[in-house]
Design a protein around this ligand. Sequence first.
Ligand SMILES: Cc1ncc(COP(=O)(O)O)c(C=O)c1O
Length: 403
Amino acid sequence: MSRTMSSDHATSQILPTYKPKAPHFVRGEGCHLWDSEGKHWIDALAGIAVNGLGHNHPRLVAAIAKQAAEVLHVSNLYRHPAGEELAHKLCGLTHMDRVFFSNSGSEANECALKIARKAAWLHNQEHPNDMRGSHLVALKGGFHGRTLGSLSVTSTPRYREPFAPLLECLFVAPEDFAGLEEALSTHPAALILEPLQGEGGLISLSNEFLQGARELCNQHNVVLIHDEVQSGCGRTGTFLCAEAAGVQPDIVTLAKPLAGGLPMGATCVSEALGQILEPGDHGSTFGGGPLASCAALVFLDEYETGLAQNIAARGEQLTKGLDALVASSDLLKERRGRGLMQGLVIPGRAAEFEAKAFEAGLLVGTSAGDVLRLVPPYVLTAEDTDSILNHLKTVLTSMDTTS
Ligand SMILES: Cc1ncc(COP(=O)(O)O)c(C=O)c1O
């Protein structure tokens, strides 16, 4: 079937919230893509940290085709085994007790914020002399999504300003423990943070800060939400990034790679908060449907039967390779991140680097202006990793000579 596509995106009828580039990808295999002109691309961006199983994963494709031929969608008014099995598996992996399924990271965060707000509301009814506020606390540099609730806890002024007024939120700088204590002492409904800030420039919060935030939330009776939409589902070498700090939040949100490329968000909740939402309090027509759930079951099974080890091995290879690049060039200031969520700080020239990599057939992203972001598929091989590093080296050499 032929499809119409205007020659220029500016003339297409899609709202101009993105500026998509020209290649029209027609085929994929693992970390590799081919466009309609036959050009080969290596994918170190994975649809912005989504395609954990890479492109055209045979087991994923077969499971989706099978489920589509059985039932695609039934709504949440009827039980279906894939969703229940997935909730059970996710609770095991996140050490949580209940899950709400939605369709994106923003929606996963909306649900988390609503649970915290309702918990505060219930608390206030029972304890009128010890009131909790409905406001929220979040970190500067944090990104939690574009819907109005998740935007309210996202700090970037440019994203927020046109849409004010938003929910009330106090912002604290990462690692500012005194500032966090002051903000939490105002009795907010929740603290939300990313253990490794993706959009904010690949900033890892220290174990001490994550542990201290947990203690302060306990002291002040504040719900702690970890947004692991980008850092979770194994990307940093453990299923949850905050596992490395030994910190268990009250709620953790996941999305991106969870359903192998199909839209899915998950809000995973502790038992104590698992009963806060009742029928009618929240919902989603599509969330956790049979198709996305069966895809997520394949993703988790692959993760548990070899992918986790591959992430560790490739993460180490990538870390060593990027460290060597940083050591070899004055253009690169620093490597950040861990596992398969890595950044290279290129002051003032990250966008130029990304554009040159693109010309050379390597897909990477940028973050916070100065950081080149690599979030490749989890299925990348040792050869793919070498190929990504070689492309980066070539671009770097060309830029070193033009600086
Ligand atoms: C940490 C984090 N939270 C939330 C979101 C929003 O997810 P979505 O775009 O699926 O709504 C993102 C997206 O990049 C993210 O990186």
